[in-house]
Design a protein around this ligand. Sequence first.
Ligand code: ZN
Length: 666
Amino acid sequence: MKSYVKVMLGLIGTGMLFSCSGKNEENFKYSIDEFADIEVLRYQVPGWDELTLKQKEYVYDLSEAAKWGRDIFWDQNCSYNLQIRKVLENILENYSGDRSSADYQDFLVYAKRVFFSSGIHHHYGEQKILPGCTKDYFGSLMGAAGCSDSLKATLLPVIFDPNILSTRRCQDSGKDLVAESAGNFYEGVTQAEAEKFYAGMEDPNDPRPISYGLNSKLVKRNGKICEDVWKVDGLYGPAIAKIVEWLQKASEAAENDAQKAIIAKLVDYYKTGDLRKWDEYNIAWLQDTVSQVDFVNGFVEDYEDPLNRKASWEAIVDFKDQAASKRTEIISENAQWFEENSPIDPRFRKKHVKGVSAKVINVACLAGDEYPPTAIGINLPNADWIRKEYGSKSVTIANITEAYDLAAQEHPNSILNEFGWDGNEKEQCRKYSTITDNLHTDLHECLGHASGQLMPGVSPGALKEYSSTLEEARADLFALYFLADPKMVELGLLQSGDEYKAEYMDYIRNGMMTQLCRIELGSKVTEAHMQNRKLIAEWCYEKGRDAKVIEKKVREGKTYFVINDFNALRGLFGNLLSEIQRIKSEGDYEAGKNLVLKYGVDIDYDLHKEVLDRYSALDLKPYKGFVNPDIVPVKNESGEIIDYRLEYCDDFIKQCLEYGKEYSAL
Ligand code: ZN
């Protein structure tokens, strides 16, 4: 599970209790490109110079293993993606015609959007991206790049016809979610067939259920349904073989035997595709809390499968920010206290919260489903039974959060200025949002996802297509509820105990209004984290309407949502947490579905239009993502590597093209 940046405030924290360690380059420019609804940023890697040569080598090897998985994620998103990417690369590298024409510039924007989304569907909204230039012009570029007529006849409709492969992940209940999705997790199978196939494999009484279907494509061949497993000698074999090769190299540079054992288990899994081995790897991985360098590499998150079963490939390579990790250590040391004081039915509380380890990290490489758009917090593994028996590992990514904040500072306008009600609200948020937002992420990841338990016999998959949204809501509510608890001051995480109000104001403003700037007018909310935020804000607004806990105010034609009673709002967060925990613990699909559909999906047209108008006047981009720094081996005269240096790329397309050249395996 992961968390994303919630709202872009355009401010830098002034109240951080623990700042990032390590030094940053001065006058570093974070924002390097803007197009469509996207801004591309760079991130710095504080603490890099303090790593030993061996640790740098380890990071380098792991980063190579990460980058070799790129093609997998592209192919998972849609079966035409790699073919289309190769055409784009070919045109970008070789086109000798007029590159300054409006048509070419429209083509360039399209190419950038596809690179940013790792495919032809919007990375967040999931609808197909349509080029601004004409089909004829695109065809002429393909012709000039030497594409055959048959390739043109195949790809041009896929690129231009809005009715072909229109959504990556269909969410219209009533439709066949599998057949209507452009994602490449199923072929020739209906939703009913897929559900039946896996229902036949699962044993509802298994206390340690395998994540069936996690690492395979489900295909109907000659009338028979079977799984094409993603492994060295299976589907995506050539890319996985390169990942394995670099993991094995990395193993030689590992810091300790624990890391070597973890890599061995991961390699074993990539070779066999055996999901029991994936579980073994995850258990070993979450138990390693002492190594400084760490990584994620595999088929991890199931957000992009309409049935939330098949996992997208992703990787990050990171190392611990020692000073900032103190904050998360305090939280995880007190996990049991939080569980016992959680406002839920005691039957649904975990008796013993196990091994919720948490740390603050800096990333050195993002890949697959984490590149270019990336999470700011990650909590793994996802298997409920492992979380219950062994716990989980939770990270907050400091250098990404920092890049967001500092990049926003490069802009003169901010969402807070436009959508905040008054001077007091703006001042509190400017002062405290960074620290409360970081704390929110820590609580969400370290404790929120890890809290609670299922009743015996309840399947972890019981909430089906609503499980991601409800799970994110549960973790967010846990964080919101406890941010206002006096315990935060007692633990030294907040100073006055009033700082939480900044997070409450940000959260409601974002859930009711500002996050809508990411969605096209007339569309619905589809992404799990956004649905969850809308659900929480709208539910609390409705339940507290009579008492005016949250008040809708209009001034000069502009709408604002103002919190009048923070205490009551905290109570509402607690009530909703209790209900969503009950839904999860009991597997109450109908209640979960009703909550999500009633509060999390449909957008008020007039309010949406107002938000988009006000937002567009700010001239900000709603989505951000990152290029990686290049890790460059430095050699001495006899060819020995004596250091690894970071070089900060400042050209998004250049990095995309380089990755295309260097890491193409499929
Ligand atoms: Zn989460």
